[in-house]
Design a protein around this ligand. Structure first.
Ligand code: PLP
Length: 404
């Protein structure tokens, strides 16, 4: 069976591509330049934060966020609480930089950090850093986490890579972290082909992010900071542009990607609304037979894909077979429990906890994107309802819609 319904569809549409083709004819600068700065400014304005740094993926955004905090000398120790439901690159930098990652379980309602477990870990380890994932567009309950932040004084990285456009009724998701990260990969809420952003309100962290994104030089920081560095280190004016103050990376994106990004921002309210509508429709149709994350009525759930959990892996098998046979793309629930993957178990003891383990064994994704219609959702719901009553034979159909 051919793939009829994909998990994700690109938000770069035909008019974006036509505009891009016209722009290319003007022979613009393609590497990082004025459009990158404009995109960063517009993103900050849309999000409601002071500063944003555009880079080449959400994973790069996380890498930059960790290293920036590490080099800022604000981490009082090397202990970092990491979520077990998220993406490998949410926690890989903790391993790459030789920090001490401590797994925290998932909350039974939102599947983000379990605040009871977090409280226990904070009391035991007094971590310098906590990493929170806004899981798949369903806003985390921030109040208990912010109370713990206040009480224990840890820094917070908020990985909102898969939650662009979500709102918890008080604030936009992505406005809580000391540093918050976003992914603009094709399958996410909106796309710059590949892309990532780190946003913050802290000027010092912003300038460090800019330096670390580009080799560790000072070309991208404010004139005042650049001049201060030149004075402090007594730099010759000819050498000035190519002096490296930090051991940086090159994680830049380009003005071509920024051109596309600038065209996605005006679409974000529509995209978030459509994703929220679709998500709620799945819950109305399937809430009795599958488990879903919970959220408050006033939330906007800009879900990336709608994540569902069967009762056990046998039931998931039945559903997955029926979906595949009908040409509906599905896949595992992000990574389920990250601490069951070899990258983790090769280094640390496996971490087991009922909900993350259930996500690993029985979680799966349903298509959600702004072009998905209510009729298609109803059809998918019927296929699932039916598969639970009359298990279908797995014909071995496999689909790769490139959702990641
Ligand atoms: C929570 C989370 N963090 C980070 C990433 C990485 O983003 P990217 O694919 O742009 O590297 C993803 C990707 O899906 C994600 O879901």
């Amino acid at each position: 069976m051919e793939l009829r319904v994909k998990l994700a569809e690109d938000t770069i549409d035909e008019t974006d591509l036509e505009a891009l083709a016209e722009w290319l004819k003007t022979k613009p600068r393609l590497t990082k330049g004025p459009l990158t700065l404009e995109f960063e400014k517009e993103w900050s304005r849309w999000l409601g934060r002071r500063h944003s740094v555009f880079c080449n993926s959400g994973s790069s955004a996380n890498l930059l966020a960790y290293y920036t905090l590490l080099l800022s000398n604000r981490l009082r120790n090397r202990r970092v609480i990491i979520p077990v439901t998220g993406w490998v690159t949410t926690i890989a930098p903790a391993i790459q930089f030789g920090l001490e990652p401590i797994p925290c379980s998932a909350a039974p309602d939102t599947f983000a950090l379990d605040s009871d477990h977090l409280a226990d870990l904070c009391a035991r380890y007094e971590p310098a850093l906590v990493v929170l994932v806004q899981v798949l567009g369903v806003p985390a309950s921030m109040e208990p986490i912010l109370d713990l932040k206040e009480r224990y004084g840890f820094l917070l990285i908020e990985d909102a890579c898969a939650a662009i456009g979500s709102h918890d009724g008080h604030r936009r998701v992505g406005t809580y972290g000391d540093l918050s990260t976003f992914s603009l990969y094709f399958g996410h809420q909106c796309s710059t082909i590949e892309g990532g952003i780190v946003s913050t309100d802290d000027l010092e962290l912003h300038e460090l992010l800019l330096m670390l994104r580009s080799h560790g030089w000072s070309k991208d920081v404010s004139r005042a900071t650049h001049a201060k560095l030149v004075r402090e280190f007594g730099i010759d004016d000819f050498n000035e542009p190519f002096v490296f103050y930090q051991p940086g990376f090159n994680l830049r994106s380009s003005d071509l990607n920024a051109f596309l990004g600038l065209r996605q921002i005006p679409k974000l309210s529509w995209i978030a609304r459509k994703r929220d509508e679709n998500h709620r429709r799945y819950l109305r149709r399937l809430g009795e037979v599958l488990r879903f994350q919970k959220f408050s009525d006033e939330s906007v759930v800009s879900s990336i894909h709608t994540a569902a959990v069967a009762r056990n892996s046998a039931e998931r098998k039945q559903i997955v077979a029926a979906l595949r046979n009908a040409g509906i793309e599905t896949r595992m629930y992000t990574a389920g429990n990250l601490c069951r993957h070899p990258f983790w178990t090769d280094r640390y003891p496996p971490f087991s906890s009922p909900l993350p383990d259930l996500l690993y064994e029985a979680g799966f994704f349903l298509p959600n994107h702004p072009y998905l219609t209510g009729e298609t959702i109803d059809e998918i719901a019927e296929i699932i309802q039916d598969s639970l009553k009359n298990p279908a034979k797995d014909t071995g159909a496999r689909h790769d819609g490139n959702s990641h």
